[in-house]
Design a protein around this ligand. Structure first.
Ligand SMILES: [Zn+2]
Length: 386
């Protein structure tokens, strides 16, 4: 166990989980981690492609849901009938895999795979700076010294970008990720339908709420519903707008209107309420897409890097005992990440997890806004021979 800080009594104090802070503050990150490695930099540069791919999949699902049958299903008052017609789980699953995505666009699956491959590429470039004499296993090292002393690991490696191991990893990883997203989507849509029935919202409005909620988590969708409730309730009690005005993800362009309504100068119209709720949802959806993109680009790039190291190890280009993986902190890394290099001063053997106060952690990112990376370190020969 590694304690980050000690209280006055000497009792270890567990750091706050930034993810929890993040959720509580709805969008504001308490840490501004910035990439400190070429890999993390690369991952960051590819984030936008994942945001686009995610939002595109959501749009595709929306165009696929037939409006007439959806309204008819809402009329029946049966949630299961609406869910059957909307079929959001299957639709989002397939859209993320590429169904309905144009030939010139990248599906979420393709975008993720490209980040993984970019991670491989950066890893090979970095291995090009590591001389064989530093990293090779002894037999290869001897041979290398005799023939090509300046050879680096990156030059020596016979990289297989589509190795069975990488293909299997990508497939399993994306299967789990997409399944999770589609399950959450069904959860949100069910909640929206039930909310519409409970409030007695008409089919047209519920259909809109449903469509606009695709891509949100249940918590986010609930936040939007609450926001909308404040706007509706303001028609009888304007003071609730103070709550609406405290929401960080609201569209500030409507602040003057909200303020006027709060001061009793105007009453919000139904149209204004719908517009504000729509904009609030759009902003939340973009926020969710960015969160997913940030975490997933980091994961994909590091997974690609790990695969390159695995291949280098398998080809005898890295020494099994001497090669260590180290956690490289992002600039401005949070306390939670900062404990990891301290807890693993010599790094860990390739393929093994890092120690942390939360138990073993295989790779960064440790939390949603984490930009940490991993690198290689080589133990001096003496260290592992004794
Ligand atoms: Zn971090």
């Amino acid at each position: 166990m590694y304690a980050l800080s000690q209280s006055a009594l000497g009792v270890p104090v567990r750091p706050q989980n930034p993810y929890r802070i993040l959720k509580a503050r709805r969008g504001a990150s308490p840490y501004r981690e910035e990439p400190s490695t070429p890999l993390a930099e690369k991952a960051k540069s590819l984030e936008a492609s994942l945001v686009t791919a995610f939002l595109k999949a959501v749009d595709v699902v929306n165009t696929q849901i037939p409006q007439g049958p959806l309204l008819a299903a809402l009329e029946t008052g049966s949630a299961s009938e609406v869910l059957r017609v909307a079929d959001v789980g299957t639709r989002i699953d397939q859209a993320l895999r590429g169904k309905g995505i144009g030939p010139k666009e990248f599906s979420f699956t393709e975008a993720w795979t490209r980040v993984y491959q970019a991670g491989m590429q950066v890893a090979v470039e970095e291995l090009a700076n590591i001389p064989v004499s530093k990293a090779l296993s002894e037999e290869v090292e001897k041979a290398a010294k005799k023939n090509k002393p300046a050879m680096t690991v990156g030059v020596q490696i016979a990289l297989d970008v589509r190795s069975p191991e990488s293909e299997a990893f990508i497939q399993t990883y994306l299967f789990d990720l997409i399944r999770e997203v589609s399950q959450k989507t069904v959860e949100v849509i069910r909640a929206v339908i039930l909310d519409g029935f409970t409030r007695g919202t008409g089919p047209i409005d519920t259909a809109r709420d449903l469509r606009e909620s695709i891509g949100l988590t249940a918590t986010q969708s609930q936040a939007v519903m609450n926001f909308k409730s404040f706007l509706i309730d303001s028609r009888t009690d304007a003071s609730v707008l103070r709550e609406a005005l405290s929401r960080e993800l609201r569209d500030h362009r409507y602040d003057a209107t909200l303020q006027a309504a709060l001061n009793g100068k105007i009453t919000l119209t139904r149209d204004q309420i719908n517009k504000m709720a729509t904009r609030y949802r759009e902003r939340y959806r973009k926020y969710r897409a960015e969160m997913i993109a940030r975490t997933e680009t980091a994961r994909a790039a590091i997974a690609g890097q790990n695969e390159v190291w695995r291949q280098a190890l398998e080809q005898g280009l890295l020494h099994r005992e001497r090669t260590r993986r180290v956690w490289l902190l992002a600039f401005g890394a949070c306390d939670l990440c900062a404990e990891i290099p301290r807890a693993n001063p010599d790094g860990v053997p390739l393929g093994q997890s890092f120690n942390s106060s939360d138990g073993p952690i295989s790779d960064p990112p440790r939390h949603p806004h984490c930009r940490c990376g991993t690198g290689l370190k080589f133990l001096p020969r003496k260290r592992w021979e004794v």
